[in-house]
Design a protein around this ligand. Structure first.
Ligand code: AKB
Length: 307
């Protein structure tokens, strides 16, 4: 057994895939979330990251030595309740940091997001260190945690590792994000239903297959700290697409999809996000390359969707 890992937000868009992958790589995993578990086949406990006592109890009961902290409210949902988003994302982040400091756990994985960037970030090709003025509370909360992460790491208090994820394509129904259309279209195409798209047809955003995201994250977690040039999150990138291009891809692999456009407030968020990402620092530090391009991603995920 390699590590004893606590995962928060394990029933969310990323968590459940990390659970499966970490278990398959010979780790013990305690999955936690705020809802009853009906999908994960591993040890599971209810845990709200606002509850420090419960966190302390679980870490000691299961002898945890690493945490993957996925509990968060995403970009679009966050705009509906900015203060709650700040609370869950930032107090949640510091609660996990507190628990780890108290229990001598050094290593934490925490996902940041392309939402940390803003219109001043050279959006056509965003390097790792651009000026950042995020426009969503989600982006603001992620950026604040990035700064806290840098503090904890540079003072050698914790070893937090992080990647700024783009839109993640998986067979799990998304919720609350600005990139959600990419997965929603695959579900609609599979069930032969029409789709109403909330972004304009030519809105390009960076995306990636869930397996590539997991592969890079676990590689980063396992990397020798001496090989890492950054004490703060790495950019990551795989492919960029737009709603109209994604529809063409879906059609090219043999599925029908009729789409009407009903653009809403999420367009403003997407317009303030990167169109293309430069992730050369990550690729060189952990020797990683994505395995799935846009077509392979669409094919692989649509085949795995169970209606
Ligand atoms: C969202 O759309 O909010 C997320 C993200 C890019 O962080 N998928």
């Amino acid at each position: 057994m390699k590590n004893r890992i606590l995962i928060t937000g394990a029933l969310g868009q990323l968590g459940k895939f990390f659970v499966e992958s970490l278990i398959s790589q010979d780790n013990y995993v305690l999955a936690t979330d705020i809802k009853e578990n009906k999908i994960l086949n591993c040890d599971y406990e209810l845990f709200d990251i606002m509850d420090l006592d419960r966190g302390d109890y679980l870490i000691n009961k299961y002898n945890i030595n690493q945490v993957y902290n996925f509990a968060a409210i995403l970009s679009a949902k966050g705009e509906q309740n900015p203060l709650l988003t700040w609370e869950i994302n930032n107090v949640g982040f510091t609660n996990i940091a507190k628990l780890c400091l108290k229990n001598n756990i050094k290593k934490i994985f925490w996902p940041s997001s392309i939402a940390v960037f803003g219109r001043n970030s050279n959006l056509k090709l965003v390097k790792n260190d651009e000026p950042m003025l995020p426009e969503t509370i989600y982006g603001v909360s992620k950026l604040a945690c990035e700064k806290a992460m840098y503090y904890f790491n540079s003072k050698n208090l914790l070893d937090i590792r992080s990647i700024r994820f783009p839109g993640i394509v998986s067979n799990s129904k998304p919720g609350g994000g600005t990139t959600d259309y990419i997965v929603e279209m695959l579900f609609r195409a599979k069930s032969n239903e029409n789709y109403s798209c909330f972004l304009k047809s030519d809105t390009y955003l960076p995306m990636m297959h869930i397996n590539d995201a997991i592969d890079a994250s676990i590689k980063l977690m396992n990397a020798d700290i001496m090989d890492l040039n950054l004490d703060y999150p790495y950019n990551i990138s795989s492919f960029e697409t737009s709603p109209s291009e994604w529809i063409e891809i879906i059609q090219s692999i043999g599925f029908n999809l009729n789409v009407e456009y009903k653009v809403d407030f999420r367009q403003g968020i997407a317009d303030s996000w990167p169109k293309k990402i430069d992730d050369s620092v990550l690729r060189s530090d952990i020797k990683w390359l994505p395995k799935f391009n846009a077509i392979d991603t669409a094919k692989n995920i649509i085949e795995s969707i169970q209606l």
